[in-house]
Write a protein that binds this ligand. Structure first.
Ligand SMILES: NC(=O)C1=CN([C@@H]2O[C@H](COP(=O)(O)OP(=O)(O)OC[C@H]3O[C@@H](n4cnc5c(N)ncnc54)[C@H](OP(=O)(O)O)[C@@H]3O)[C@@H](O)[C@H]2O)C=CC1
Ligand SMILES: CC(C)(CO)C(=O)C(=O)O
Length: 323
């Protein structure tokens, strides 16, 4: 690895921008970010970040910005390729998008995304590379160069690889990444059992994201409407049952923990609801589809999740055909 790791950020929305900020702020990495719709604004004025972790920062730019991945290659070869795109296997292939930037088996791929079983396509496409999977516990939104980061950034990470000889190195690389990230002023914690944490977060995303996107009621309004006991908690219960059958036992009170995860009075729009409102594709395959495919393998009946998935797929078809 080069002395100062070179990090490429693919997907510089609110999450990718906050990752870029922490990594660059550490002083221990060179960050190249691919910007699309925000490129001109950020090139001219920099990002304006209001962050619960970092305070207000105006005029901030990643070390290098590029409009396309091909253009960004001039700043490589990259030690880390961090992906903070929406995970949309029904719309595009993340391995295909990042392949030109994964120059050798020494490049580590970092996923900062919601969902379950999202590592597998990368492990299959890059069998000799290390994949760091990251569960983002953060709340942030973007409007052009404006970033509002209102829920602290805690990134949980774990290493995966198809090549067993790479696992030792993978764990070291994962610790190095977490140290750099944390040195930049946010939190990044290495978890041996990262998949367990994915299942735990999925309880929230598969229930609230799906039901709020379908009803267009936010996380508070859906509770005011009386759907906590009839829809939200039953959906969480199905996720917990699949996780348990797959070998990831969640706590007895997981539903109560996950409901408390975002206070009702926040009236928060989950990312899937925001995508539906903006006419953008929703992460239904990695949040519901993958969970249901695992349910089938471990023989768990998940009727409610199955219904939510089919309803969302119908909505997705309309969203995609309007693009
Ligand atoms: N936002 C949040 O608070 C949270 C998000 N998450 C998860 O984090 C991940 C990222 O979320 P978020 O930042 O909100 O996502 P967004 O959809 O808001 O941002 C994604 C960014 O990726 C860019 N992009 C899309 N396709 C490409 C491409 N082919 N090449 C380069 N850039 C591309 C988009 O650019 P453009 O604008 O030009 O389309 C956009 O800037 C998701 O998995 C989400 O579920 C998890 C917890 C909280
Ligand atoms: C839990 C939450 C709301 C964090 O912002 C999220 O993951 C999402 O909106 O998809």
């Amino acid at each position: 690895m080069s002395q100062i790791p070179k990090i490429l950020v693919v997907g510089c929305g609110p999450v990718g921008t906050m990752c870029s900020y922490s990594l660059q702020n550490s002083g221990r990495a060179t960050v190249t970010a691919i910007l699309r719709s925000a490129y001109d604004d950020v090139e001219a004025n920099g990002f304006h970040i209001k962050s619960i972790d970092h305070g207000e920062v105006d005029g901030w730019r990643p070390h290098n910005i590029s409009r396309t991945l091909d253009d960004a290659l001039q700043y490589g070869p990259f030690d880390y390729v961090l992906v903070a795109l929406k995970n949309l296997p029904d719309v595009y292939s993340i391995p295909d998008i990042i392949r030109p930037a994964v120059a050798s088996d020494k490049a580590t791929i970092v996923l900062v995304q919601n969902g379950i079983d999202i590592e597998q396509p990368l492990i299959d496409a890059f069998p000799d590379n290390v994949v760091i999977s990251g569960v983002p516990l953060i709340g942030c939104e973007q409007n052009g160069r404006e970033i509002l980061h209102n829920d602290p950034d805690i990134l949980l990470v774990g290493a995966y690889t198809k090549n067993p000889h790479k696992m030792g190195q993978g764990k070291l690389t994962c610790s190095e990444f977490a140290e750099i990230y944390t040195a930049g002023g946010a939190k990044c914690e290495v978890k041996e059992n990262l998949t367990w944490f994915r299942w735990r977060k999925l309880c929230w995303n598969a229930s609230f994201n799906a039901i709020c996107a379908l009803t267009n009621l936010d996380s508070g309004l859906i509770q005011d409407a009386g759907a906590l006991e009839t829809l939200i908690k039953p959906a969480m219960g199905e996720v917990a049952a699949i996780a348990s059958a797959a070998g990831y036992q969640l706590p007895e009170d997981i539903k109560e923990q996950m409901v408390a995860f975002t206070p009702r009075e926040l009236y928060l729009k989950p990312s899937m609801q925001v995508d539906a409102i903006r006419g953008r594709p929703m992460e239904i395959e990695v949040i519901l589809g993958n969970a249901l495919r695992i349910a089938e393998k471990v023989d768990v009946d998940a009727k409610l999740l199955g219904t939510l998935y089919q309803l969302l797929k119908a909505k997705q078809r309309v969203l995609l055909s309007a693009r």
